[in-house]
Design a protein around this ligand. Structure first.
Ligand code: PLP
Length: 378
């Protein structure tokens, strides 16, 4: 019964693996959501907003206090002065609304592959086509020639997710410059997914594509509260940038959800205004979790590549990771997601398995012990 536009997106591996986690009692390192609450002041701000009567429809562009806080955040961390700000139901709605509102049917949208799963569906709903540009393991870098070769007269936009899920790559200034050059040479628009913007490790820097010369006027920047503040269930996101691009998001969003949850938007304003030190500490905490899980995976005999950001580490399991992932809950009581499910290159990415490390240290340690107790190399 599902319309052909969406029928190719059946039950996802997330559903299958989460069911397996429940069925076997395994530790779920598949889906990327934290198992601890975000900052108490942010939780309290949401409760205060409800108590204080902020319980009716927000304006279409979003609650003014949050829109101001988003602008302030873009200025404080990146020196950006966005022309317009649209609040959305998470980054997911912003991305879907951007493609629906800015692309014509038959347009092509470039996206680095492996690719967050909603991008392909958003393109399909628009009648547009997502064109993959490979990120090659183990360093997860792209070949500028492959990027250029993917461009056709129908190419309208390039979607750039950095820090990147599922690989943990943070694009360098040089890589971003290549993307900026290509975007300008072919008069494309850039849509960026920066939901992990503050979850960057080892002193590396997240550089928004919009900060590169000539890019502010052609980049729609998207982010959300969920990952930064451990409130993935709140679904408060935003798109910022030139008025003409934000207008496309607003035009589509108006008829999808019109507005999101008002109290959480008020709380979002409080969250974004947390001190620089809070942001830095949270990234360090997550970095320690990355190291903890990576050490556990290494001790269990798996080869891990060090992620530069996000919630995720990829291990090379040396065999077909899909079969391996289906057995792992039974063998070691741990659930993870085969990286190839995010990719058009099943063959090249076959041995990679994605583990989420946004979990309490005790949970990570238990998973590590269970993995080490199994002989995973054989
Ligand atoms: C989690 C995630 C999202 C979803 O963000 P929401 O704000 O929850 O909609 C978008 N993009 C990437 C790459 C993600 O990992």
């Amino acid at each position: 019964m599902i319309a052909s536009r969406l029928s190719g997106f059946g039950i996802s591996i997330f559903t299958e693996m989460s069911a397996l986690a429940v069925q076997t009692g395994a530790i779920n390192l598949g889906q990327g959501f934290p198992d601890e609450d975000g900052p108490a002041a942010v939780l309290e701000a949401a409760q205060a907003a409800i108590r204080n009567g902020h319980n009716q429809y927000a304006p279409l562009p979003g609650v003014p206090a949050l829109r101001e806080a988003i602008s302030e955040h873009q200025r404080r961390f990146y020196g950006l002065e966005p022309e317009d700000v649209q609040v959305t139901m998470g980054a997911t709605e912003a991305i879907t609304a951007a493609i629906l509102g800015l692309c014509e049917p038959d347009d092509e949208v470039l996206a680095f592959d492996p690719t967050y799963d909603s991008y392909g569906a958003a393109a399909k709903m628009t009648g547009a086509r997502l064109v993959p540009v490979p990120l090659h393991p183990p360093a997860w870098t792209f070949d500028p020639d492959e990027l250029r070769a993917a461009i056709t007269p129908k190419t309208r936009a390039i979607l750039v997710n950095s820090p990147h899920n599922p690989t943990g790559r943070v694009l360098t200034r040089e890589e971003l410059q290549t993307i900026a050059d290509v975007t300008q040479e072919h008069d494309l628009i850039a849509i960026t997914d920066e939901v992990y913007e503050h979850l960057v490790f080892d002193g590396l820097e997240h550089i928004p594509l919009a900060t590169l010369p000539g890019m502010a006027e052609r980049t729609l920047t998207i982010s959300s509260l969920g990952k930064t503040f451990s409130v993935t269930g709140w679904k408060v996101g935003w798109a910022t940038g030139p008025g003409a691009l934000v207008a496309g998001v607003r035009a589509a969003k108006q008829f999808m959800t019109f507005a999101g949850a008002t109290p959480f938007q008020h709380a979002g304003a409080a969250a974004l205004r947390l001190a620089d030190a809070w942001y830095a500490e949270f990234a360090l905490e997550l970095q320690a979790k990355r190291d903890r899980l990576s050490a556990g995976l290494t001790a269990a005999g798996l080869a891990v590549s060090k992620p530069q950001g996000t919630y995720f580490v990829n291990a090379d399991v040396g065999t077909d990771a899909i079969a391996f992932a289906r057995e792992l809950p039974h063998r070691a009581g741990v659930v993870a997601i085969p990286t190839a499910v995010f990719s058009t290159r099943a063959q090249e990415l076959a041995p990679y398995l994605r583990f989420a490390f946004c979990k309490r240290p005790a949970v990570i340690d238990r998973a590590a012990r269970q993995l080490a107790a199994e002989d995973l190399e054989s």
